[in-house]
Design a protein around this ligand. Structure first.
Ligand SMILES: Cc1ncc(COP(=O)(O)O)c(C=O)c1O
Length: 400
């Protein structure tokens, strides 16, 4: 286990890094500079959806980089258009009665949310409404750019960077009373994560979501789902909203969409999307041919059978964790697909990170006490067994 010395010398001090220098990866494993092997249940924070360095990405990058890497959005390119078509089709596959959703491509989750915020305000303005406020929820996480941190309902991310962008209200999650009170003629949109991942793997209550949908319809408010972490197969459905049967006006994706290459997407129903006109929004790299072609290949792997396997493996992981719960301080095991949280009920929950690392296992703690498990979606049942055995050894030692 070793830090890479030049990192601290030349790179700004914005990340608390684990003391590992990773040299390579394959499937569900990473290898460090000492030649040690780690079973990776972080997967680049829910990004490496097909595992580390899958052949399909290697081949696509190689082929596409010989053809065309970047043109800017001054030109039409085939991979970007095909990807937008494939994403729209994913929504139609879920429910063919839903309208066409159009895409805007960018490079990260924060940017996808920025574009959603801009589109919501623009749509309301275009319809003669002076609606600019956006309601979000406590413990949400929407990214680090100014719009996205302003949308994020956690003070710790705002501290030192105030003032935030005006027009954001943060309400308790799953609390319909406070939402009804907060809605007014200035509300343009409600933006939420169906599973607050960074905030502690908190799953939305379906009745709360139904009420929100009703309010949106009655009041002319847009519903935005931040599916940056929950989208693209992570929860065992291509979009997490499929679990709840309530579609949004706008949806954002990033993380797993290009299997580790940077891409963000903001999708919106056609009638909302049409509020954007040329010049309203842009991204130099957004949807470039190289990344789009990779994303196309990644999402083409996510057929019914693949998604079913994610669901099954998630259920198996939850069941296996529940068995450990009887002997060790694990609480509230919850999740959807392969986005799973379990609270570590010890004084210093983060202790398990270092101990697990010693045992060749990478796990992450969020919201102070929640072990957030987001392995590659290609993880095998055997690897889940290996995870459980390594976690058991870890818990044994930290509770000794
Ligand atoms: C739900 C959600 N939204 C937005 C973001 C920000 O994404 P990015 O770091 O790609 O900007 C994250 C990142 O963790 C996230 O989990």
């Amino acid at each position: 286990m070793a830090k890479y010395k030049d990192t601290d010398k030349y790179i700004m001090n914005t990340y608390k890094r684990y003391p590992l220098t990773i040299l390579s990866g394959k499937g569900s494993y990473l290898f460090d500079s000492d030649g040690r092997k780690y079973l990776d249940f972080i997967a680049g924070i829910a990004v490496c959806s097909l595992g580390h360095c899958p052949e399909v990405i290697h081949k696509t990058l190689s082929d596409q980089s010989k053809r065309l890497i970047h043109t800017s959005n001054l030109f039409y390119t085939i991979p970007q258009a095909e990807l937008a078509g494939a994403l729209a089709k994913k929504i139609q596959t879920y429910d063919k009665k839903l309208p066409l959703y159009k895409s805007f491509f960018c490079n990260s989750g924060a940017e996808a949310n920025e574009s959603a915020i801009k589109l919501a305000r623009k749509f309301q303005k275009k319809n003669g409404q002076d609606r600019y406020e956006i309601i979000t929820f406590l413990n949400s996480f929407h990214g680090r750019t100014y719009g996205a941190i302003s949308a994020t309902g956690q003070d710790k991310f705002h501290k030192g960077f105030e003032p935030m962008l005006p027009g954001f209200k943060y309400l308790p999650f799953n609390d319909i009373k406070s939402l009804k009170k907060a809605i007014n003629k200035k509300t343009s949109a409600i933006m939420l994560e169906l599973v607050q991942a960074e905030g502690g793997v908190n799953i939305i209550d379906v009745n709360f979501l139904k009420e929100i949908k009703g309010i949106c319809e009655e009041e002319g408010v847009l519903l935005i789902y931040d599916e940056v972490q929950t989208g693209v197969g992570r929860t065992g459905r291509f979009f997490c909203f499929e679990h709840f049967g309530i579609e949004p006006h706008i949806i954002t994706l990033a993380k797993g969409i290009a299997g580790g290459l940077p891409m963000g997407v903001m999708m919106a129903k056609e009638e909302i999307a049409s509020a954007f006109e040329p010049g309203n929004h842009a991204s130099t790299f957004g949807g470039n041919p190289l990344v789009s072609q990779v994303a196309l290949e990644v999402i083409s792997k996510m057929d019914k059978k693949f998604l079913k396997s994610v669901e099954k493996k998630g259920e198996y992981l939850i069941k296996s964790l529940s068995l450990l719960k009887e002997k060790y301080p694990l609480k509230d095991i919850r999740g959807l697909g392969l986005l799973i949280g379990a609270d570590i009920d010890i004084k210093e929950p983060s202790k398990i990170i270092d101990k697990a690392m010693e045992k060749g296992l990478l796990v992450n703690i969020t919201a102070g006490k929640t072990m957030r498990l987001v392995p590659p979606l290609t993880v095998s049942f055997d690897e889940i067994d290996e995870f459980i055995s390594k976690l058991e050894n870890t818990l044994k030692e930290v509770t000794r």
